[in-house]
Design a binder for this molecule. Structure first.
Ligand SMILES: OC[C@H]1NNC[C@@H](O)[C@@H]1O
Ligand SMILES: [Ca+2]
Length: 449
């Protein structure tokens, strides 16, 4: 007998995007380039040579995109600010046209009853700051706080949900350790420094918000991927623990507990620096929520050669995998949410990203795009969230990744996560079946699950 699923009254239903992945027009109206401008225009970095030069052309089509949000019935829209659009040099002079773009977007969202959920940094660091060391320069905590103050000053009268960073782990791991993301460094000694400065910048921006008298919610968005040992051998259990410390605890432990997990030293070895104690006072500013981005889990086997965690994920034979090679494992979301709740004192949580890239069939006659695997993914993961709610986790809302098919970083446009299909040649948008399903879900506050 399927139970009647009830999400809490006031549960917030939204969808997410990020600036570089959808906006296009990276240098329009005085905007300064981000590190992604160089990275995508360096041959070999992005599949098919795709770039964010146009992407979903959202910078120019934003009004029709808000109409799409309305059509789906979104109650919230999570998006990020392109730092370089507002501060072309990353510091100093403000580009009024850049600020105006986000100002107009916020007003239009509110006029449509859609709550703006703003992320200050979603990977597009201004190139001018990277030229001064970027996340490797300790001064970036102040640069980021100054940028945050500009945005608070302009939007905090209407924006009531702020997130400092999106997924600091991806920035450090992709941008500084493996070099698969901008700025493309491959240096095991730089990665912890970048990661630590990201957390310092988070703390500085939260501190600035409190000092400014900010009264709304401010938090951090982290990706969490639960790590399960392949066997219960001590070697595999320890490998999973290293992987967990590296991807998960390395971020929320400093923010909530004011220290790194001990295991992280076992991951980095001699590449792990000692940190000044006052850094943790800055990092552990009290926050109002955690945004959790969940996609998948990994089952880990001990592997001395798999740097840096010395753990290798094992493919699960009976599982469904998405186009990005991620196992569909909704139970991992319940486990993730209960882990966060239990370890950090049951803070308010939002799922700020969850979704899947599957191969979508072409637009059928009548404009339908049948994406049953994506519908199934959402159904499974929302049920898993409901199980976490039943277990006492303080879930406040859910944002699907993503509103639109967009630039999936180094994958280019080849991986489609959208509820809405984008024809990148014509910029035509088409709601997929998953968008219609999501609309019913929102309208019934989850009852159709
Ligand atoms: O890989 C899917 C998403 N994951 N989190 C960060 C987003 O920018 C990605 O597109
Ligand atoms: Ca249940």
């Amino acid at each position: 007998m399927t139970q009647t699923i009830r999400f809490p009254d006031g549960f917030l239903w939204g969808a997410s995007t990020s600036a570089y992945q959808i906006e296009g027009s990276p240098l329009a109206d005085g905007a300064g380039p981000s590190i992604w401008q160089r990275f995508v225009h360096t041959p070999g970095n992005i599949r098919d040579g795709d770039t964010g030069d146009i992407a979903c052309d959202h910078y120019r089509r934003w009004e029709q995109d808000v109409e799409l949000m309305k059509q789906i019935g979104l109650q919230a829209y999570r998006f990020s600010i392109n730092w370089g659009r507002v501060l072309p040099q990353g510091r100093g002079a403000v580009n009024q046209a850049g600020l105006d773009f986000y100002d107009r977007l916020v007003d239009r969202l509110l006029a449509n009853g859609i709550k703006p959920m703003v992320t200050l940094f979603h990977w597009d660091l201004p190139e001018a700051l990277d030229n001064q060391g970027g996340w490797l320069n300790r001064d970036i905590a102040d640069w980021f706080a100054d940028y945050a103050r500009v945005m608070y000053g302009k939007l905090d009268d209407r924006v009531t949900s702020w997130a400092t960073l999106n997924e600091p782990w991806v920035v450090a791991d992709g941008g500084y350790l493996h070099g698969t993301l901008a700025p493309g460094h491959r240096n095991r000694f730089e990665a912890p420094i970048a990661s630590h400065n990201l957390l310092r910048a988070h703390g500085a921006a939260v501190k600035a918000y409190r000092e400014m008298g900010g009264k709304h919610d401010i938090g951090i968005v982290v990706n969490i991927e639960p790590k399960y040992p392949a066997t219960n051998s001590p070697a595999d259990v320890d490998a999973a623990a290293r992987a967990h410390a590296y991807m998960n605890a390395q971020y929320l432990d400093p923010v909530f507990l004011g220290r790194y997990p001990e295991k992280i030293k076992d991951v980095y070895g001699e590449a792990w620096p000692e940190w000044p104690a006052e850094d943790f006072e800055l990092i552990k500013q009290p926050i109002d929520f955690v945004g959790v981005n969940y996609y998948t889990r990994s089952v880990n086997k001990d592997d001395a050669l798999a740097y840096p965690v010395r753990a290798t994920p094992l493919r699960q034979t009976s599982a469904t995998y998405t186009e990005t090679g991620w196992e569909v494992y909704a139970r991992g979301l319940t486990d993730t949410l209960t882990w966060v709740a239990q370890r950090y004192g049951n803070p308010p949580l939002y799922i700020t990203e969850n979704g899947a890239a599957f191969f979508d069939p072409p637009v059928a006659e009548g404009g339908r795009i049948n994406d049953p695997l994506r519908v199934d993914y959402y159904q499974k993961h929302l049920r898993a969230i409901h199980d976490a709610i039943e277990a006492g986790v303080d879930m406040r809302g859910y944002c699907a990744w993503s509103l639109l098919d967009n630039l999936e970083w180094a994958h280019g446009f080849s991986k489609r996560f959208g509820l809405v299909h984008v024809n990148f040649a014509t910029q035509e948008r088409t709601l997929k079946d998953s968008a219609y399903y999501y609309r019913e879900l929102i309208a019934s506050n989850g009852k159709v699950l």
